[in-house]
Design a protein around this ligand. Structure first.
Ligand code: JCQ
Length: 243
């Protein structure tokens, strides 16, 4: 899989992608991560990539030419995705779609925004990683790179798929425990040491449902509410108080 990133801070992306599992996946040839410095096509001795906004107002806007020139000289894999707070929310579903392809590209905005002609005539889509404003798209690009590449077979030893099934299912993960069975007087739930694996599976499912109801009722709503199976499971473990 090839991922190209366009940024005025190439070092930020390169450093992060050289670490741990991403770095190893790169060395093994599973990932072809390329970073392009927009400032290389910047204007004048200062290699400027921004200018004052037409119509006035505070801040600076990224100027179109360094972006068009760099992207056109590279001919990067599509879709070319702009990261910004006005984008469609990035989620696990989009991560899976991108992981199923052969590559994509990311454009990191900076300053107050990007000249609209870039959005209109160069990029394919805009994605947001959350409802807050960052100083630039680099952190958002890293979020997308990590969420997608960990789904690529071999990148993270394939440990991902099983754990993600709960998210594919639209529910939050159940709580995890490891040794010691008693830590400072806090015991691991008895069901987990019972050896009854069918009951453990049902308990974990009930915990996922309870957590999602409490923390992300919107996710329950998106799956069409609680069905009879879900209600039965919650009742089995006395987790049905409050809904
Ligand atoms: C990404 N959620 C927030 C900031 C303008 C494209 O224009 C802009 C891009 C940014 C950086 O991205 C974010 C962001 N997802 O702030 C301002």
């Amino acid at each position: 899989m090839r991922i190209d990133t366009f940024t005025v801070f190439p070092g930020v992306i390169d450093d992060y992608c050289g670490h741990s599992l991403l770095g190893k996946a790169r060395e093994r040839g599973l990932l072809d991560l390329r970073v392009h410095d927009l400032r290389d096509a910047g204007a004048g001795v200062h290699r400027a990539v921004d200018d004052a906004p037409f119509g006035g107002g505070a801040g600076m806007v990224m100027t179109p030419d360094p972006i068009f020139a760099t992207v056109e000289s590279v001919d990067p894999p599509r879709p070319l995705i702009l990261l910004g707070p006005a984008g469609k929310p990035f989620d696990q579903h989009r991560a899976e779609e991108l992981a199923g392809g052969s590559g994509f590209s990311l454009l990191c905005g900076r300053y107050e925004g990007i000249d609209q002609r870039v959005a209109d005539h160069l990029i394919d889509e805009e994605l947001s990683v959350g409802d807050y404003v960052l100083a630039g798209g680099e952190a958002a690009a890293l979020v997308v790179i990590e969420a997608v590449t960990r789904l690529v077979p071999g990148v993270m030893g394939n440990a991902a798929s099983a754990t993600d099934e709960s998210f594919a299912d639209g529910l939050l993960e159940y709580p995890h425990y490891t040794r010691p069975a008693d830590y400072r007087g806090w015991a691991v739930p008895a069901v987990l040491t019972s050896g009854d694996h069918a009951r453990i599976d049902r308990w974990r499912r009930a915990q996922s449902l309870r957590r999602t109801l409490d923390r992300r009722p919107d996710l329950i709503e998106a799956r069409g509410g609680l069905d009879d199976d879900a209600r039965r499971l919650l009742a089995e473990f006395d987790l049905d108080g409050g809904s």
